[in-house]
Design a protein around this ligand. Structure first.
Ligand SMILES: [Zn+2]
Length: 254
């Protein structure tokens, strides 16, 4: 059996021992937003959680719970999608991190799969490093998965890479036979490119501006075998790079 790493599932003495030995807490920020007719609303949350758990095992750290809901206001025109205000997510992270700092944690690693969370995570990280004696590293798991597996499973909104990512968590949540009505790749890629420009760019307001049907790509190449490979290779990569970055940076004064 794999060792338990989720804080809420550990006994208090077991959590205390692990927090004191590793001094590292991992958080997997979530997102609950439409992912087409074939993937669950929690796709990005489940992907982050599955990878964060695997990373926590490798680093002998604790996976600390956050809300499943993230910052996804541009999906709200599809009902069922939920969003926190950025300041709400930042406040939750700050409150939880203050508790952890009291218990000896001096490093926090975010394992994130949702692009919409990134600005809030950066702001939270900066604030934590200035107020508490800890350092933060951010791992953008969807970008790593795309770099390692993009040729076999394209990273789109609700395409093959995201379908495989859900399979890491629970294959019964993926319904490839329901994957109807994708927006054409050319249309969605042109839309995304505008909002992902780095020099001059508008800010995404509604995901219809990227994909009129809400999703694009071809999820049919996702398999549970691919999902397992993604879990192992992406978790290895994050664990190795996070270890390196935490060793590289100096402690803050708090
Ligand atoms: Zn997603």
């Amino acid at each position: 059996m794999s060792p338990e790493v989720k804080l809420e599932r550990l006994s208090q003495p077991a959590a205390e021992a692990r927090l004191q030995s590793s001094r590292l807490a991992i958080m997997a920020p979530g997102s609950v937003e439409q992912h087409g007719p074939h993937l669950p609303l929690g796709t990005d949350a489940f992907a982050a959680e599955a990878l964060a758990e695997a990373v926590a095992r490798r680093l002998e750290a604790v996976l600390v719970p956050l809300p499943l809901v993230g910052v996804s206001p541009y999906h709200l025109s599809w009902s069922g999608s939920l969003s926190l205000q950025p300041q709400t997510l930042i406040s939750v992270i700050q409150d939880v991190s203050e508790c952890l700092a009291r218990h000896g944690v001096d490093k926090i690693l975010f394992v994130n799969w949702h692009e919409g969370n990134t600005p809030s995570l950066r702001l939270a990280a900066d604030s934590l490093q200035r107020k508490l004696a800890l350092r933060v590293v951010i791992a953008e798991a969807h970008i790593i998965a795309h770099e390692l597996f993009g040729e076999r499973a394209q990273l789109t909104h609700a395409g093959a890479l995201e379908a495989a990512a859900v399979m890491m968590f629970d294959p019964s949540l993926v319904h490839l036979d329901q994957a109807t009505d994708p927006t054409p790749d050319s249309e969605a890629e042109a839309g995304h490119a505008i909002f992902r420009r780095r020099d001059v760019f508008p800010v995404l307001y509604d995901f219809h501006e990227v994909a009129s049907s809400g999703w694009y790509g071809d999820p049919r190449s996702a398999t549970t075998e691919l999902a397992e490979e993604i879990r192992e290779k992406v978790a290895d990569y994050i664990a190795q790079e996070a270890r390196r970055e935490f060793a590289r940076v100096r402690p803050t004064g708090g």
